[in-house]
Design a protein around this ligand. Structure first.
Ligand code: ADP
Ligand code: MG
Length: 946
């Protein structure tokens, strides 16, 4: 079945993903360095070289497909099998890289890119070839193979909580791994879907991914424990008589060629090891179970990757797990294989990342032997054709002298053979097309309704923080602005008062003016005046009348006199006339006087009216004034209240400021103390780590010596050999204990780091919130202390936390590095490997005796320690009891004191009226207070009697 066979090693690429949200939130630091321009990765002091490194300073991830996978797709068309393995711890980006996840990487992952490339290529070759594509998608979970494209069994296993039963519930036999006589591994019973278009293939991937997700109660959990294998089978048939000269395959001259190649795309289970701390067997057992496939894979890789072992022909344990059986061809067999080692750059993952890199590094040494796969039927046909040719040639040769009946027989046979050949071809074609049809129907039938379950993913509950805790912060942080506000308010108040005062003054002035005006009127009694004027007018009238009468009389007298005119009378007449004139003048004057009086009266009336108006005005001004005064009073009251509250607030602030100051001091002390503790812890860890490193290195060299010794076949030189073996054992035990210690410290350090990171996250959130001007709310679970820190204290704490995190991160990476080393060595010594160099029974017995002694002594020490602990515990219990007792006493005393004080106040109040008794009481109560501790109950009852 083979023509061209070539040796090629497994290619290994590293994909370093960026820090993800969770890691950032945890304050993780990056600990993976990629050498620029070289495919080299460094963690701590370890450095590895690979075929490619992507991400985190290496080549861009987008180049991965072109460099690593596209050649495999091309090879597929030449008939070469291929495999892409994604390896790494859970969360390192395997699913993302492969594109088997439902949400992420579904477009950019390798599988979607493979599908694109595949169909593009098929499109360009369609006129020369016939293609048939099949896909299968399976999952290996707990050593069970689950068909991800079998919708019936998938939906059934959903109801069974994702536990795939031994027998598929759909009635189909469980999927089995079969090996054909020629060593080809096949999956019997798994769905193989024939696909014709890119869309159909993508739908298969999607359906499988979906059933992988829904088939588990906990997606993350399950996908991290299961291996998912997406397989694309490409069959090609070069069409009859359509030989293209540019496709330079060695079989051009043949009429029909058939290739069949498979591409496995594998998303492996999470590579993390079961935690070694904690002795609960359950976890360990589960851990081993999870890793069964990976463990076997590691052993296969070790067996294949070690050149010495390979030369020695060491057994490769493919059969240890389903995964390795299925991937048998991919590792050391007929496949071109690429492994993509996915790692996280975070310091907390340093150990696993190191393990992954070591694992991947071993895989680089595996040599594969890919061959071009031609179909068996095709080669059968070839044989028949060759036979035919041979017979035809024979016929031609014999045509000359051979008897005609023989020719006839031969001709008959030829005809029969040709007919058979034709029949066979026909049958083959029929079977092919029938299979295609059947499979098509099958997939149609299986594509039942698929329920989409959207996993919400882990939503980090956002810490809500209460506002009341914040006010202080705000008050302090916004101190400036509130001060300004306060000054402004006072200023405003002053201004307002000023204007009010002015207004009031204005009013007062006006009032004064009006009142003085009023006074002008007010001095004169108008009624009396009128009366007076009236009387005066009357008088004047009367006078006038008298004068007029007198004038009339005088006039009559003058006339009389004129009639008896004589000298005397003339004289009298003249006198009268004069008098008359005077009278007339008097009258005139009186008239004038009267007129002026009337005028005056009129004016008086007018001014009266004016006065009235003035009065009204005054009244309104007065009312206005009262109003204004009220207003001013009110405002003043308001201002006073505001001022008072402000002062109260200020006082509060001052108090809180003091509290803040106190908090700050406390925090500073805490920072300092924590830092010291951390420093001490990391120093201790560093010492333990260093010791481990030394031990490991020492063992490396001693192991070499030992192996030389044992292979050198020197007869045991008694004492010295025994001593050296004992030393070796001691050393071995010490390493073991030391690893335990470092791992313990590592776990503790991780916890510390997590706690620090947690606090940092919260503080940063609080900081962000206050920066955005949001009013933060009180945290639910004890975060109030953090959110109530003043901004300065917060900054300090953040800086301190970051500092500590850095320190812790370094220590963690260092420890992880040594732990990974230790684990690496442990792996090599697992089982009997440790005792390989013990070749003589005598040695073994001696060592066993020594070991017995050590174990016995250890047990004895353990017993002693146990006893000691028991004693200490008893002491502790006694102390605790004592403490409880004295605490109870203290409480009792406090209660008594309170009662006594109460009694004193009551008595004081009641006896205040009677001085004597008060004094007496004071005296007695003082007495009581003095004598109290002696007989409290007694004194109280005595006091009550009083
Ligand atoms: P795994 O399959 O190894 O458990 P995932 O592929 O599920 O890991 O990746 C874990 C998380 O890391 C996912 O949230 C994924 O979005 C993210 N992630 C992985 N690789 C990358 C990458 N190259 N770039 C950005 N995010 C990534
Ligand atoms: Mg995954």
């Amino acid at each position: 079945m083979d023509t061209a066979s070539e040796n090629c090693s497994v290619k290994v690429a590293v994909h370093v993903r960026p820090l993800i949200g969770d890691e950032r939130a945890q304050g993780c630091k990056e600990c993976v360095a990629v050498t620029h321009g070289n495919p080299q990765v460094q963690i701590g002091t370890h450095s590895f070289t690979f075929d490619h490194v992507y991400g985190n300073g290496g080549s861009p991830s987008s180049a991965m497909f072109g460099e690593c996978v596209a050649p495999l797709v091309d090879g597929l068309f030449q008939g070469y099998n291929a495999t892409v393995l994604a390896y790494g711890q859970t969360g390192s980006g395997k699913t993302y890289t492969m594109g088997t996840g439902l949400r992420e990487g579904f477009q950019t992952g390798l599988i979607p890119q493979v599908m694109n490339a595949l169909f593009n290529k098929i499109e360009t070759l369609r006129h020369q070839m016939e293609f048939q594509l099949h896909v299968s998608f399976i999952e290996i979970l707990k050593e069970e193979v689950r068909d991800l494209l079998d919708s019936v069994s998938v939906s059934k296993s959903v109801t069974a909580n994702g536990h795939a039963g031994k027998v598929s519930i759909s009635g189909r036999p469980p999927i089995q791994i079969r090996e054909s006589s020629n060593g080809v591994i096949t999956l019997a019973g798994s769905t193989e879907v024939a696909v014709n278009t890119l869309q159909e293939m993508a739908a298969c991937l999607e359906q499988g991914s979906l059933s992988r997700a829904t088939g588990s109660t906990n997606m993350n959990n399950q996908s991290s424990r299961s291996h998912a294998i997406f397989t694309i089978t490409l069959e090609q048939m070069r069409k009859l008589h359509s030989v293209s000269p540019d496709n330079g395959t060695p079989d051009e001259d043949m009429d029909e060629e058939y290739f069949c190649a498979k591409l496995h795309l594998v998303d492996l289970a999470g590579s993390e090891r079961a935690k070694r701390t904690g002795s609960d067997g359950l976890r360990l057992k589960e851990g081993i179970h999870i890793n069964r496939g990976l463990l076997a894979l590691g052993n296969v890789i070790s067996a294949l990757g070690d050149e010495k072992k390979r030369r020695e022909g060491v057994h490769v344990p493919y059969r240890d797990s389903k995964l390795t059986r299925l991937l048998q061809d991919s590792l050391g067999g007929n496949s071109k294989t690429v492994m993509i080692a996915c790692i996280s750059p975070a310091d907390i993952n340093a150990e696993e990342s190191l393990n992954t890199l070591k694992y991947a590094n071993r895989a680089r040494n595996i040599q594969n032997k890919p061959v071009v796969n031609r179909d068996l039927i095709s080669s059968d046909m070839q044989k028949l054709r060759q036979q035919l040719k041979y017979l035809q040639a024979e016929l031609c040769a014999r045509a000359g002298g051979a008897p005609s009946d023989e020719v006839q027989v031969l001709k008959g046979r030829i005809a029969w053979l040709e007919a058979t050949n034709e029949d066979l071809c026909q049958e083959l074609h029929e079977y092919r097309s029938r299979r295609a049809v059947v499979e098509h129907c099958e997939t149609d039938a299986q594509e039942g309704p698929v329920s989409f379950v959207k996993s919400d993913g882990l939503k980090r509950g956002f810490q809500s923080i209460d506002s009341s805790d914040y006010q202080m912060d705000e008050a302090v942080s916004d101190g400036n602005s509130s001060e300004i506000e306060e000054v402004a308010k006072e200023w405003e108040h002053a201004l307002w008062q000023n204007t009010m005062d002015k207004e009031l003054n204005e009013l007062n002035k006006r009032l004064e003016q009006k009142e003085s005006e009023m006074k002008l009127f007010g001095d004169v009694d108008t009624e009396a005046l009128r009366h007076h004027f009236g009387k005066k007018i009357m008088e004047l009238e009367g006078e006038k009348r008298i004068v007029q009468q007198e004038r009339d009389r005088l006039l009559a007298e003058i006339e009389n006199l004129a009639a008896n005119s004589d000298g005397h009378t003339q004289k009298m007449q003249d006198g009268h006339t004069l008098k008359l004139k005077a009278l007339e003048a008097q009258i005139l004057e009186l008239k004038k006087k009267q007129e002026s009086q009337v005028e005056l009266l009129k004016q008086k009336h007018k001014s009266d009216e004016a006065a009235k108006r003035l009065q009204a005005e005054i009244q309104s001004i007065k009312a206005q004034k009262v109003q204004l005064q009220n207003k001013i009073k009110q405002e003043a009251e308001q201002f006073r209240q505001w001022k008072a509250s402000r002062e109260k607030e200020l006082l509060q602030l001052k108090k809180e400021g003091r509290k803040n100051e106190f908090e700050r001091h406390k925090l500073e002390a805490l920072n300092q103390r924590q830092k010291m503790v951390l420093q001490r812890k990391t120093e201790e860890a560093a010492i333990a780590t260093k010791r481990l490193k030394e031990l490991l290195e020492a063992r490396k060299s001693s192991a070499r010596e030992n192996s030389v010794n044992s292979t050198g076949y020197t007869t045991p030189t008694g004492q010295s050999n025994e001593k050296s073996l004992q030393k070796w054992l001691e050393h071995e035990l010490e390493v073991s204990a030391n690893v335990h210690e470092v791992r313990f410290k590592y776990e503790k350090q991780s916890q510390v780091q997590a706690a620090l990171a947690d606090e940092l996250t919260i503080l940063k959130q609080v900081d962000q919130l206050s920066l955005n001007g949001h009013s933060p709310q009180r945290g639910k679970n004890g975060h109030s202390r953090l959110s109530s820190l003043s901004p300065n204290a917060r900054m300090e704490r953040i800086a301190s936390l970051e500092n500590m995190l850095n320190m812790s991160s370094k220590a963690l990476v260092e420890m992880a590095s040594q732990l990974s080393e230790a684990e690496e060595r442990e792996r090599a010594l697992v089982g009997r490997g440790r005792w390989n160099h013990l070749r003589f029974m005598g040695d073994a017995k001696n060592l066993l005796q020594y070991m017995f002694n050590v174990a016995a002594e250890t047990r004895f020490q353990l017993w002693e320690k146990d006893t000691e602990i028991k004693e200490i515990k008893e002491q502790l219990n006694d102390l605790v009891a004592l403490l409880k007792q004295s605490e109870a006493q203290r409480k009792e005393l406090v209660k008594e004191q309170r009662m006594r004080e109460q009694a004193v106040t009551i008595a004081l109040a009641s006896s205040a009226s009677v001085r004597f008794s008060a004094q007496h009481f004071m005296f007695t109560s003082l007495l009581i207070l003095h004598t109290a501790p002696v007989h409290p109950v007694l004194t109280i009852s005595w006091h009550e009697e009083i």
